[in-house]
Structure formats: C-alpha cells, structure tokens
Design a protein around this ligand. Structure first.
Ligand code: NAP
Length: 500
C-alpha cells in the first residue's frame, strides 16, 4: 500500500501510527494510507513564512511565471500516471480524470500568461495615479504587495489536481508560499504531483509544503499575514471562519462552498432546436460528469411548466444511455461517488428532497459506492436549501419570473440560461446576477462549449451566500487575495521613482 507523506520544512514526514486508509471507490480495495500525526505544523508554517516567502518575493512576476510553467510541464510529464490515479482513487472515468488533470495544467498555463503580462515587477500597480491637491505635486497611487505569511489551501475531494493547481498558481504568482492540504480520501493525485515537484526541485525551498491527512489544529496556527483559501462543505467553512484566531487576527479567508446551481430553459425554444439540445446535453453532462460531484453542477432544472413533461422524457432518454460501473472499464460513462460517506450523504439528500424519483434509484451494489443518476420531480422547498453532492438534479416548472425561483437558493456559483429571446435573457441574467459569481449564457454556435460546469481561470469563480461568499481566479483579479493593497500618498516624483 502506498504511504502518502507530508512535505514540510524541507523534508518528508511519514503517515504516522494511526493513518487513514484511502480506497478505490469502485472496488473498495485499500490503495494508500495518509496521516499527519508526525507533522510539526507550527514548524511547517514557520519554514514556509521564513524561507519560502522571501525566496518568492525576490522574484519578479515573470520569474514566478517561469516556476508555474515548470509546474505545468511537470504535471504534463506525469499526466498518464495522474489520470490512472484519478480513476483508481477518485472513481473517475478516464474522461473525468482528464478533466481534472488538464484543468490543472490549463490553469497553470493561463497564469503563466498573466505573469508574462505583469512582467518584471515584484508588486502590482493598481490603477492610475490620482491628483490629490490643487497642484499635480500631491499625488496618490494604489499598489499591492505580497503578504508575508503562508497561503494555506484546504481542498475538497472532487478535484485533487485542479483544486491544488488553481490555488497554488495564483498564490505563487502573487509571491506567497503555499501549504496545500488535499481532502484525505482522494489525496493520491495531489501527493504524486507534489512528490514529483519536490524530486525535480521545481520550486524554491519553502515555496510549497504539502500536508497529507488530517488538518489537526492547522487553522488555529494562522496569523495576521497568513491567508486561508478553503474549498469544501459549508459546514466546515463555517467552522473555519469562526475559529477564534481567524476572527481575532483578521486572517483573510476565502470560502468556496455549496451551491444549488440552476439551469433555466427559456419559454421560446422549440423542442429539437439546437439551443434546446444544448440545454439537454449540458444538464446530462453536469449530472453525470464526476458522478455529479462538481461544485458547479446543475442541481435545479427550471423549465416552462407547459413543456415539463417533454423535457422530463427527453432527459430520461439521455440518462438511460449512461453506463454506470467501474471506471477502469472503458465503456463506463459514470463511476461511483468518492466514499461510502458520500454515498450515504447522497441517499439522505435524495430522501430529504421529498420528491418523486422519475429516473434512477437508490439501489446499492454489493461492492463500490455506486449511485445511478437520479432525476427528481416535485421536490419540497428543501430543493432550494440542500445541495445533494452526487448525480442528482430536480426538475422545477415555472410559470413566470424564473429568476425569483433561482434566487431562493441564496447564493450560487453559476446559473445557466438557454434562450434565443434577448429580452428574456437580459431580464433573467440581471435578475439572477446579484446571487451568483458567474452566469453562463448557452449558445449552440459556441464551438466546443464547456458548459456551465467548467471553471475558467480567466473568469472569477465563487459566489455569495451559500456558495461561501468567496472569489478566486479571474486572471490577475485572483492575485489580490494574496496581496496587501496599500495607498501611497505623497509627492508625485517620489512616488513615481518608487514605482520605477
Ligand atoms: P469537507 O468535508 O468540508 O472537506 C473539505 C476539506 O476540509 C478537506 O480537505 C477536509 O480534510 C478539510 N477539513 C475538514 N474539517 C476541517 C477542519 N476542521 N479544519 C480544516 N480543514 C478541515 O468537504 P468535501 O466533502 O471534501 O467536499 C464536498 C463539498 O465541497 C461540497 O459541498 C461541494 O459543494 C464543495 N465544493 C465547493 C467548491 C467550490 O468551488 N465552491 C468546489 C468543490 C467542492 P479531510 O479530507 O482530511 O477531512
């Protein structure tokens, strides 16, 4: 069995005496063990702050970009191995695993471009200079400089490669050292990524630390210059955010949590139109890709009441083509969910929805954490409250104003709209906008449309309310979380010299 070690303070630390066992979710075969018992967390943070931070801050954005390029190259070189690990440890189909690994590499490369655009500076110049007095001499300018702490990244189980890379890329480019902690159940992919980066000396000493296993009291050790970016459930996010030291020291925290993403079908579409087919395709992809374990997956499907039954029939027909099974088998289109706990949570969630299951069932298999895709109709109001993190979505008919129904989800990552009616698009998009981080306007002419479920590094990811209130990525916008914005106020020539 593989031992997942932690890489802290410049050395590897073993899994300790009471590690957690990681399984293959399709076969329940034990694959690896991980534990953080032997890790001195305070020393790990100190090393990152005192060695990794100065090393990164000495580099320009362009030089940090070269590090990201080397990380992307390293992952590209081990791509096949990572995909195989995603299949074995994550229950991913080959296509799911590629989505994770290629998403990671693509995000790193997108930030290589951001780095090139920022050039040889070590800090950001934020906006134009401002004349503050009657004469041009009294001048103001905002800049942003890297914080002097550690960027602690706590990730969810569903995207072990992408989750690691999307956070690490932005923090390292901003000039902050990273301590990355993957969710334990699916940590094999992230461990191998980091193991190779360390083997090849890809990053300066102290720039990247890795914690395998329980976070223990990591959060309580963070201070005022540290930042914490968390992705996971709303309940863990709440616990982290309210830790006394986080509150007392104003530790900057970004939370990416649950989301009841909605897809809205406009009232204007004829069945079998290209837009209607795109809508069906996106819904089915989101329900089944990664067995529905995507934070951005469509959970609520809003359709005009008069065509509800035909949408239901069309979705059922498409869902019936999805083969569920061991993703090691190439014909399988959907694997199991990640853990036994996750399956139990999905079962409870479907019960809680109190709707009619019009496709799929909660039947268990003898081995493996399998669930069929499940389409629910006539759910209770809880459909706007509870995220069922699996291959589950609910059909909701609307008569008018779908935006008001979508808003009942109290904050989401993405809402998708499928319509050819410009007035409907505008009213719905602007109606749902205050409740979302992103709005996806489906269009059949967009070539290779990734659908609403794909997070793009150029655009912000996050959402208000239930979604955690956070924001990540968005090209250079993402850097600001890791940097301190400061206003320079003084004589213009002095400030201009300082800016170089
Ligand atoms: P989770 O149980 O909250 O765990 C997330 C991470 O937090 C794991 O690394 C976990 O470590 C760690 N953790 C647990 N308790 C902690 C504590 N007290 N202090 C510090 N860290 C702690 O969530 P999950 O089951 O992995 O992920 C599923 C959820 O993530 C879903 O609700 C989904 O919507 C959400 N998600 C959101 C996004 C987004 O971008 N908004 C993306 C992906 C997933 P261990 O694994 O070691 O327990």
């Amino acid at each position: 069995m593989v031992e997942l070690r932690s890489y802290v303070a410049g050395r590897w630390v073993g899994a300790g005496a009471s590690p957690q066992t990681l399984l293959n979710p399709a076969t329940e075969e034990p694959l690896a063990r991980a534990g953080s018992e032997g890790v001195d967390l305070a020393a790990a943070l100190h090393h990152a702050r005192s060695v990794g931070g100065p090393a990164l801050r000495a580099l320009s954005f362009a030089e940090r970009g070269a590090l990201l390029k080397a990380m992307a190259d390293s992952m590209q070189a081990q791509r096949d191995e990572l995909i195989a690990l995603g299949i074995a440890n994550g229950g991913n189909t080959r296509s799911d695993a590629k989505f994770d690994v290629d998403g990671a590499i693509g995000t790193l490369l997108a930030y290589v471009e951001t780095a090139a655009a920022l050039g040889e500076r070590r800090f950001l110049v934020d906006g134009e200079g401002i004349q503050l007095g009657r004469s041009a001499r009294f001048h103001g300018q905002h800049i942003a400089v890297p914080r002097h702490g550690v960027a602690v990244h706590i990730n969810a189980f569903n995207f072990p490669a992408w989750g690691f890379a999307e956070k690490a890329a932005v923090a390292l480019l901003a000039g902050m050292p990273v301590l990355s902690k993957p969710a334990t159940s699916s940590a094999m992919v992230a461990f191998r990524v980091v193991e190779r980066l360390v083997e090849k000396n890809t990053l300066p000493e102290g720039a990247l630390s890795f914690l395998a296993g329980s976070p223990r009291d990591l959060v309580s050790l963070l201070g005022a210059q540290d930042v914490l970016a968390f992705t996971g459930s709303g309940s863990t996010g709440e616990r982290i955010r309210t830790s006394p030291n986080i509150v007392r020291e104003s530790v900057r925290v970004n939370v990416e949590a649950d989301s009841l993403n909605a897809a809205v079908l406009g009232p204007d579409l004829a069945a079998r139109s290209d837009m209607y087919e795109l809508f069906l395709k996106d819904v089915v992809r989101d329900m089944t890709q990664k067995a529905g374990q995507k934070c951005t997956a469509i959970r609520r499907i809003l359709v005009p009441a008069e065509i509800l039954s035909s949408v239901r029939d069309d979705l059922k027909e498409l869902l019936a083509t999805i083969t569920v099974g061991n993703p090691a088998d190439e014909d399988v289109r959907m694997g199991p969910v990640a853990t036994a706990d996750q399956r139990a949570d999905v079962h409870q969630g479907v019960d809680a929805l109190q709707g009619k299951i019009v496709f799929g069932s909660l039947e268990k298999r003898n081995k493996g954490f399998f669930i069929s895709p499940i389409l629910v109709e006539s759910p209770g109001d809880v459909v706007h409250e509870r995220e069922v993190f699996g291959p589950v979505a609910s059909l909701l008919p609307y008569q008018e104003d779908p935006a008001a129904i979508v808003a009942r989800g109290k904050g989401g990552l993405v809402c998708s709209i499928y319509s050819d009616d410009q007035a409907f698009i505008e009213e719905t998009a602007l109606g749902v906008a205050p409740f979302h981080g992103r709005i996806f306007l489906g269009h059949p002419k967009i070539e290779l449309s990734p659908g609403p479920g794909t997070v793009l590094p150029q655009l912000v990811h996050g959402g208000p309310g239930r979604a955690g209130g956070g924001e990540e990525l968005g090209g250079p916008r993402g850097l600001s979380f890791y940097m301190q914005r400061v206003a320079l106020e003084g004589a213009r020539p002095v400030i201009q010299k300082l800016l170089g």
